[in-house]
Design a protein around this ligand. Structure first.
Ligand SMILES: Cc1cc2nc3c(=O)[nH]c(=O)nc-3n(C[C@H](O)[C@H](O)[C@H](O)COP(=O)(O)OP(=O)(O)OC[C@H]3O[C@@H](n4cnc5c(N)ncnc54)[C@H](O)[C@@H]3O)c2cc1C
Ligand code: SF4
Length: 342
């Protein structure tokens, strides 16, 4: 279930073991969030999303052992591990020994943070919209097409925010934003990019490759701040108001474009998936793991596996690794079931 990076990796691994994989994707294209939301160059490879994920899509679509159902969901699942029957919304029925839920996440909707101007001002965008602008090769204010003098990226929009029930860190948005700042500067050298942060979490090797490089080579300005609101100034620009939490002083700076670094919510379909597949969800609404160390791809129901951002905020690379593991684990468990049955 799900044809994003995790689901494609799971299907490819099932195929490479000589088993048949049936991919059920609710949208009309495969590729998941990086394709559906038009990501630009990926972290950390720097490769365009359409090329990198496109290769994953092609590998599955070209494999004679794969069947793909697009614009379809599972509406009923009967049977048990080793012998499931899934009824799809397109009227088809699929026999499957195991199910992998690679159903990913839903982007945070910035409308739920109204004080930061999204939906009110045309020049307040999300990171996905900014990635699409980078992909178009031109950086311009949506309101009037002018080249922005200053762009500001606000981190943790819809993450690490208890007031709106988002208690998790979305893991990748600091790195994605440091990368986005470099991409903006590359296309539009006259634009200055500011990143407003609570903490910077460019984990592991990303610290050097994205955080320091963005500051030192691309002159991105990192400001530790608590943002109160985004309003309009008299001259058609945007005013970002808040407190610089290092010097403990109020700051009001005009910008031409404000970008929300949106977080990763649990997939909005998860309550439905929980019911149809009879699996548990953890307290935030992501899919619950069976066991942390010995059954890392499991759910609370035998024969049903999960991986990637369905379990919680995750990077593409780790979603792929988990997808491959889930596909492998499903095949190994099926093999054991068949052997046991004689
Ligand atoms: C703005 C932004 C930029 C990012 N950039 C990067 C980056 O550069 N590098 C990086 O490592 N990570 C990046 N990420 C994280 C990346 O998006 C995730 O790691 C990745 O998409 C997770 O892959 P997935 O397959 O688990 O889930 P998804 O990509 O969400 O794919 C899930 C798939 O399942 C389908 N689906 C959902 N529900 C159902 C259902 N009920 N029935 C059937 N199909 C269903 C969906 O349509 C989708 O195709 C970024 C995240 C954000 C928010
Ligand atoms: S990765 Fe960075 S921007 Fe994203 S939620 Fe965590 S701290 Fe905030």
């Amino acid at each position: 279930m799900g044809g994003g990076p995790a689901g494609l990796a799971a299907a490819a691994n099932v195929n490479s073991a000589g088993y048949k994989a049936v991919v059920v994707e609710k949208e009309d294209v495969l590729g998941g969030a990086p394709i559906l939301s038009g990501y630009a160059k990926l972290v950390p490879s720097g490769e365009w999303a359409k090329d990198a994920i496109g290769r994953m899509v092609k590998r599955v679509e070209d494999d004679a052992n794969s069947t793909v159902h697009k614009s379809a969901k599972v509406e009923k699942l009967e049977g048990e591990a080793g012998n499931f029957t899934a009824t799809l919304t397109n009227g088809e029925s699929v026999q499957a020994g195991a199910v992998v839920l690679a159903t990913g996440f839903t982007h945070f909707d910035s409308i739920n943070k109204p004080e930061w101007g999204f939906g009110t001002y045309e020049d307040v965008l999300t990171t996905t919209q900014m990635e699409q602008m980078v992909g178009s090769g031109k950086i311009a204010c949506p309101s009037d097409g002018r080249v922005p003098e200053r762009v500001c990226i606000l981190l943790c929009v819809g993450s690490r925010d208890r007031q709106i029930g988002r208690e998790w860190c979305s893991k990748i948005c600091c790195t994605v934003s440091a990368n986005l700042a470099m991409e903006i500067k590359e296309i539009s050298p006259e634009t200055d990019v500011f990143i407003y942060y609570m903490d910077i979490r460019t984990f592991g090797l990303y610290e050097d490759k994205f955080y320091w490089k963005s500051q030192e080579e691309f002159k991105t300005k990192f400001v530790k701040a608590r943002i109160a609101e985004v309003t309009a100034s008299g001259d058609g620009r945007l005013l970002v108001k808040g407190e610089d939490t290092l010097v403990k002083r109020p700051i009001i700076i005009p910008f031409d474009i404000v970008v929300h670094a949106i977080g990763m919510d649990p997939n909005a379909d998860n309550p439905e998936l929980s019911q149809v597949f009879g699996i548990g969800l953890e307290k935030h609404g992501f899919i619950e793991k069976a066991e942390q160390y010995t059954n890392t791809c499991g759910t609370t129901r035998k024969g049903i596996y999960s991986c990637g951002a369905a379990y919680g905020p995750e990077t593409i690379d780790d979603s792929i690794a988990q997808g491959a593991a889930a596909g492998g684990r499903a095949v190994a468990d099926l093999h054991a079931l068949v052997q046991k049955a004689g």
